[in-house]
Ligand binder design. Structure first.
Ligand SMILES: [Zn+2]
Length: 237
């Protein structure tokens, strides 16, 4: 059973007032007829209520997609995670918060890898922003809203237009995956306002990734690398 986290508010005789972090779960228990609860102090190093609800939300979304119920999905995903990182069995009710962070990141990566839809808005901050943008580019999802149709690659830095555009070393520029709507918004409000609004600044990709995305061919990459080598030699002379 999922514990409910709360913050102490007031004590009056034997009665304690607690501000609940997650009212929905508490209501579910009350509706089921539970009236006795254990109150234990929260250790600062333990999983937080926010982490727990995010982990459960991801488990639910994955289970929904695969056709597993939440409990079976939780067992399966925890086992898969443990086989990857090699950690001891853990519980989402009281595990270390670093384990929770790693498990949530694993669930996000799992969804990207298998193309499983999940509610992105809540998950953006759960993993490193650069990693998030990288995953969005590679798996062609809008970095802001998660849409997988109409995904376009946006150059955060101005890269010129016309013929210049065909002679760009994409590895040198920050890029991000955006759906058509968010791409339009980027150009309407400008790079700076867009970055401030969504906390997305684009990422630079490596050789194999720009090729994978069809932004450059290996031939173009070799040509640019040759050009840099020549320029370096010229500067050296
Ligand atoms: Zn979007």
């Amino acid at each position: 059973m999922q514990p409910i986290e709360g913050r102490f508010k007031a004590l009056s005789g034997n009665d304690i007032q607690i501000h609940l972090a997650d009212l929905k779960t508490a209501e579910t228990y009350l509706h089921k007829g539970y009236v006795n609860f254990d109150i234990v102090p929260h250790s600062p190093m333990s999983i937080t209520a926010d982490q727990r609800s995010k982990a459960y939300a991801m488990i639910h979304d994955i289970g929904d997609y695969i056709g597993y119920d939440d409990e079976d999905m939780k067992i399966t995903l925890k086992e898969k995670f443990r086989s990857v990182v090699g950690c001891q069995p853990f519980s989402l009710s009281d595990c270390h918060k670093d384990t929770a962070t790693a498990f949530i990141s694993y669930l996000v990566e799992y969804c990207f890898y298998y193309g499983i839809p999940f509610f992105e808005k809540d998950m953006i901050d759960t993993i490193d922003a650069n990693r998030w943008q990288y995953l969005c580019l590679i798996h062609k999802r809008c970095a802001i809203c998660g849409r997988t149709d109409t995904v376009e690659i946006n150059h955060v830095d101005t890269v010129g237009n016309g013929n210049n555009r065909n002679h760009i070393d994409h590895r040198k520029h920050r890029i991000e995956a955006l759906c058509h709507t968010h791409h339009m918004e980027f150009h309407q409000i400008g790079a700076k306002t867009f970055a401030e609004k969504y906390h997305m600044h684009g990422v630079k990709l490596k050789d194999e990734d720009v090729v994978k995305l069809g932004l450059m061919s290996w031939k173009q990459i070799r040509e640019f690398d040759e050009q840099y080598k020549d320029e370096k030699l010229e500067r050296g002379n």
